[in-house]
Design a protein around this ligand. Structure first.
Ligand code: CU
Length: 534
């Protein structure tokens, strides 16, 4: 009897959510038509902060700041006042000392009110339904979601193989507005040279903070940069952003719910709903123009900071030569025409400037299994090849990373990914459990080799990320991977499995997390704490 009652309840809230999704879709009217400019705004990069004599000492103030995006005035939470924070340029063995100051607040007018006029009582009826849903969610979790919690924060240095304890890269810390904290992170001397990044990691608020663009690049300088043909290339840093704006130029404050996304429109609405747009940006700029000379090589260091979208990248008329994945070099460049970059992933590619002309850098249409359907193609940038011809070349060899594929496997584990989006509250599970910071879901002996099978039971993709130690992907969707490279975030195929190998470094004994890097999934439960022990 109880079971039947629950099932009826679930299907009712499912129907309710679908209705809400439809109504929210009606609200997603285009308010800001985008014109195709002859030449987009200039390509810019974040400010650079370098370590000196083994020490990076800086301040990271999180605060609301105004910016211009696609001709609109926006007001977003930031690190240090710009969309995307400063780039840290560091070296293996450096000490990172920085003061995190949480001065975030909600922008004036961010809380939804009845600002939208509808014919008849459609608005009032949809609001009533949503109030009931939110109320249901509040009952389930014991408290109504307080918008102030969207301002709780901490920082994660994604890709650095560092301790997660104390005041290091600790995902269990929580700083409320008005609080200040002194971080101290020791980078190991054998940290691979590569492209990493930092971003907030407080369970429950990561998606909203990354939808504002709160993220920055970490460049670890080293051996890879000294290969002559790499050193000769022009370096460009590209933080791919997914900036979500309501009609006031703020990240919507309500609970995100999936809707159909189409060009210029967010694949999410909120409860309560407000009209909103999604901008796919590079370094906080919408569709910038990047210049290259014919025959010139450029090294693009790309990170996907989006809370949700997987970018399937392509560059018209150019092959991309991938040289690294997730901060770790390849043995040799790999020529690719398209490159799938999931949230959290970094890719480094070299390009060789084509014949004079204009080329589009695109995020191709891609279906990641989102309930709203495939994400349509978007133009990320225009590449203009102009100026005197150069005769630069792509290197043929890089550096050879470690290989675990012939190692004896000490332990095997399985992690299952499953989410429920069609009833309220939306929840996402690892091994049927939601995140509990006080529960260890794995205890791993450092220095041993483990093979993990990651099972995605959903039709939508989940990018798996584990802190501290990267892994080799040896099998993808049932197919053995030839010459497996290293990743720290891998997008699981829909209804498929991935097998990975890892050997946690012996000098980092700590407690941290693995999770899905689709941040609305992570915020709603899809994360596990684990310990690294001797
Ligand atoms: Cu996920």
């Amino acid at each position: 009897m109880l079971k039947r009652h629950l099932r009826v309840g679930a299907s009712r809230s499912g129907a309710l959510l679908l209705l809400v999704v439809v109504l929210a879709g009606l609200l997603a009217a285009a308010r800001y038509p985008r014109r195709a400019a002859a030449r987009g705004p200039e390509f810019i990069e974040p400010e650079v902060r370098r370590s000196v004599n083994g020490l990076l000492q800086t301040t990271m103030e999180m605060k609301l700041a105004k910016a211009t995006l696609a001709g609109r005035t926006v007001e977003l939470g930031t690190y240090e006042g710009t969309i995307h924070g400063p780039t840290w340029r560091i070296k293996p063995g450096d000490l990172l000392k920085f003061r995190l100051i949480n001065n975030l607040r909600l922008p004036a007018g961010a809380l939804p009110t009845q600002q939208i006029v509808f014919a008849g009582d459609v608005y009032e009826r949809s609001m009533n339904m949503m109030r009931r849903m939110v109320h249901g969610q509040a009952e389930e979790h014991g408290a109504a979601p307080d918008p102030q919690e969207q301002l709780y924060t901490n920082i994660h240095t994604h890709g650095l193989q560092v301790s997660a304890s104390g005041n290091a890269d600790n995902p269990f810390l929580l700083f409320k507005p008005g609080e200040t904290f002194d971080y101290e992170i020791q980078v190991p001397p054998d940290q691979p040279a590569g492209f990493d990044w930092y971003h907030p990691h407080k369970h429950g608020s990561t998606a909203k903070q990354l939808w504002a663009g709160m993220a920055g690049a970490i460049i670890v300088e080293g051996d890879l940069d000294r290969i002559p043909l790499i050193a000769a290339a022009v370096e460009r840093i590209m933080l791919l952003g997914e900036i979500w704006l309501d009609h006031n130029g703020h990240v919507p404050v309500g609970l995100p719910i999936p809707i159909a996304g189409h060009h210029g429109h967010a694949p999410f609405s909120t409860i309560p709903p407000v009209p909103s747009d999604m901008y796919y940006t590079i370094n906080g700029v919408y569709q910038p123009t990047v210049t290259v000379r014919p025959g010139q090589t450029q090294r693009w260091r790309i990170v996907n900071t989006a809370p949700h979208r997987l970018f399937k990248l392509s560059l018209d008329g150019h092959t991309m030569y991938q040289i690294a994945q997730d901060g770790i070099t390849f043995a040799a460049p790999r020529p690719v025409q398209t490159l799938l970059v999931a949230p959290g992933n970094r890719v480094e590619v070299m390009i060789l400037g084509g014949a004079p002309g204009e080329y589009k850098f695109r995020a191709l249409e891609y279906d990641q299994g989102h309930p709203g359907g495939a994400m349509p193609e978007d133009i990320l940038a225009t590449i203009v090849s102009e100026g005197g011809r150069m005769r630069q070349a792509i290197p043929s060899r890089l550096l050879t990373p470690e290989d675990l594929t012939t190692a004896q496997i000490d332990r095997r584990r399985t992690v299952r990914f499953r989410g429920s989006t069609l009833h309220a509250p939306v929840e996402f599970f690892l091994d049927d459990k939601v995140f509990d910071p006080d529960r260890d879901d794995a205890v791993i002996s450092v220095g041993t080799t483990e093979e993990w099978t990651l099972v995605n039971e959903d039709v939508f993709q989940h990018p798996f990320h584990i802190h501290v130690n990267p892994f080799q992907v040896i099998e993808y969707d049932g197919v053995r991977v030839a010459n497996p490279v290293w990743w720290d975030t891998i997008a699981l195929p829909p209804k498929g499995t991935v097998k990975i190998l890892m050997r946690p470094r012996a000098d980092v004994l700590t407690r941290t997390v693995y999770h899905c890097h689709i941040l609305p999934h992570e915020d709603n439960g899809m994360m596990s704490a684990f310990s690294l022990v001797r």
